[in-house]
Ligand binder design. Structure first.
Ligand code: MN
Length: 465
């Protein structure tokens, strides 16, 4: 929220964000004509976490490709206009105080309209991984309306290009899938829009773990501090961000499944091929000077966009029962989904185990939970490992829950059924003070290295003669 002080404003458009990245030397402009098959993904991946990428004339297309828009927690904080430590609080605040969107008539995203659709000819759609089944739209916000209530849902699904106007799509059993089942029961298609190229906060809002009939675009508005401008699609009543780059309008067809996959997913493995849902495309609308956003499966952009909204949800969920939970982090090594670190101010022996159970119940993807004290930095995996090494005993502090629901994309599970593990790496409340006292050198933090280091001298000249 703008507060009248000098707090930085949130970033509200994709073009402002690219300017911001360029100003901070975080945007790499790549030479023209990078190949859509593998080369774009390869270059973007090499720069993952360091620089976003802009590819002019990819594979000879007029529309540039962009990637890696938010591959660092600090960048997300910058887009929100807050410090990294306030990212979760800001996201929670937006989810608690959503802003309804504002419908407009004239939208940049409808400057160009294609009704004769040929996806691969009209859009520069990359192929990412070695064994992916061809080109995929990976950064498309799929928007659909609940057929009963009319409330919209936003989510990202991998979209395989199966033909000139045909898309194969993976719908996990969440909100879009429920809308689809309602439509299918009546023998009807579900109208959808796939929105490509939005600002980073709208991207982040699309990944909120919100209840059904909670329109994620209203979280985007709250993050922006002003209502999001939307426009009605040309072939349906679905409303899409008016300032987006590209919209693919279509229908999820009832009673039809076609092969989709394999595709490189966030756990760094391929999602297996199977008969899945099918979209028939009716129109593409776009800006005159549109850009096409692509996300590398399993890259930092993919992991962080999924991880931060989940952290915000899990933190809120845990704090309802345990107000002494200080912070949570979904670690990168656990693909920002499976490994949850929880930092607490311990008040009671045993409560770390209750907190683990709360975390497992908070999201089925959470597989391993490590609970640590407030003196451990949960954003540094080496600190968490140190706490496990020195404060954890397996016979006393380990919890295993067999045969529970996990992530279907975790290949070590049996179709998503597997074990949970919790580790209590907090120190006992009763320990004598010095036993767990962390060593510290007085003055270390305040050393002025510029003053302390003599860069002009070599050591031999300073030896006693
Ligand atoms: Mn939803």
């Amino acid at each position: 929220m703008p507060n009248g002080n000098n707090a930085p404003e949130p970033i509200r458009t994709l073009r402002d964000w690219l300017d911001h990245l360029a100003r901070h030397d975080r945007l790499a402009v790549i030479r023209p004509n990078a190949a859509l098959r593998f080369e774009i993904a390869a270059i973007a991946k090499r720069l993952d976490g360091q620089k976003a990428t802009f590819f002019p004339n990819p594979g000879g297309h007029k529309i540039p490709v962009i990637s890696g828009l938010v591959s660092n927690r600090q960048w997300i904080a910058d887009a929100m206009g807050v410090e990294p430590s306030d990212v979760l609080a800001k996201f929670q605040d937006a989810a608690l105080n959503p802003l309804p969107w504002q419908e407009v008539k004239d939208a940049p995203v409808q400057e160009v309209v294609e009704r004769e659709v040929d996806l691969n000819a009209q859009l520069p759609i990359p192929t990412h991984n070695e064994f992916d089944n061809g080109a995929y739209i990976t950064a498309g916000l799929m928007i659909a309306r609940n057929p009963r209530t009319g409330v919209q849902n936003v989510s990202i699904h991998r979209c395989q290009i199966s033909g000139p106007n045909r898309i194969g799509v993976l719908l996990l059993p969440r909100h879009t899938h429920m809308f689809y089942e309602m439509a299918e029961k009546n023998g009807e298609p579900l109208r959808v829009a796939i929105v490509i190229g939005v600002d980073p906060l709208t991207l982040l809002a699309s990944q909120a773990i919100a209840p059904i009939d909670f329109d994620e675009l209203t979280i985007a508005g709250a993050l922006h501090g002003r209502p999001l401008r939307v426009v009605k699609c040309l072939t349906s009543d679905v409303c899409v961000p008016a300032d987006a780059e590209i919209v693919v309008e279509g229908r999820l067809l009832p009673e039809l499944r076609e092969m989709e996959g394999p595709f490189g997913e966030f756990p760094q493995y391929y999602g297996e091929p199977a008969p899945r849902h099918v979209i028939e495309v009716d129109a593409i609308t776009r800006r005159k000077d549109a850009m096409f956003h692509t996300i590398n499966g399993g890259g930092l952009e993919h992991l962080l966009l999924g991880g931060i909204p989940r952290e915000a949800t899990l933190l809120g969920h845990l704090r309802r029962s345990f107000p002494n939970v200080l912070d949570v982090h979904l670690a990168r090594g656990g693909v920002c989904r499976y490994h949850l670190y929880v930092q607490i101010k311990k008040r009671q022996e045993g409560e770390a185990k209750n907190i683990m159970m709360g975390a497992f119940a908070g999201h089925y993807d959470v597989k391993h939970v490590i609970v640590v004290d407030e003196d451990v930095n949960i954003h540094d995996p080496a600190e968490v490992e140190w706490a496990v090494a020195t404060r954890f005993q397996a016979d006393r502090d380990l919890v295993i829950i067999p045969e529970s629901q996990g992530s279907k994309l975790d290949p070590s599970t049996r179709q998503g059924v597997g074990a949970k593990m919790g580790m209590d790496a907090t120190k006992p409340l009763t320990a004598a003070e010095m036993v767990f006292k962390r060593i510290r050198v007085p003055g270390e933090e305040s050393v002025d290295l510029a003053k302390a280091v003599d860069a002009d001298k070599d050591w031999r000249s300073l030896m006693a003669q």
